[in-house]
Design a protein around this ligand. Structure first.
Ligand code: SF4
Length: 157
């Protein structure tokens, strides 16, 4: 029997996984791990002008246990690396990580003995944001890339 003919447009079908991912991508709970100047850009991202709430990611948490999106913004030195790793491990599953800016992504211009040359030496990274510092729009773009990763089939506008 052709169910579409029978029910017309009165019934929607989907898969549980798709519904969960649809909800998940619009309900990200970010945790900013800000150590330097890039973190200042995040203040712009959550402000009215750039308004991260348009992407459902405005509920900023400062507890890893309540977060699923870690935004690392700034220089990370080797003394901080174990703290960053512990914070990552305490986050809920599933979880995602964005390296915001040159320092978090590659150490930036701090090519010396004390600075981690990219946080992917310590934790897995899903999206790298270039720039020193990146524009707030680039951080929003990273959030959209994470949404795309969560729900690859979705159309994002
Ligand atoms: S990338 Fe540039 S702006 Fe960002 S923390 Fe490093 S030095 Fe500061």
């Amino acid at each position: 029997m052709d169910l579409r003919k029978f029910f017309g447009d009165t019934v929607l079908t989907t898969r549980i996984k798709d519904v969960v991912n649809w909800g998940r991508k619009y309900a990200l709970w970010p945790m900013p791990f800000g150590t330097a100047c890039c973190a200042i850009e995040f203040m712009g991202v959550v402000s009215a002008q750039f308004d991260i709430s348009r992407f459902g990611a405005e509920v900023v948490r400062f507890s890893p246990r309540q977060s699923d999106l870690l935004l690392v913004m700034g220089t990370i030195n080797y003394k901080q690396a174990p703290i960053l790793k512990k914070i990552y491990e305490q986050m809920c599953e599933p979880k995602w990580v964005v390296a915001v800016g040159a320092c978090a992504s590659s150490g930036g211009f701090y090519d010396n003995y004390s600075v981690v040359q990219g946080i992917d030496e310590v934790i897995p990274v899903d999206v790298y944001v270039p720039g020193c510092p990146p524009r707030p729009e680039q951080i929003l773009d990273a959030v959209m890339k994470i949404q795309k990763k969560i729900d690859p089939g979705a159309k994002l506008e």
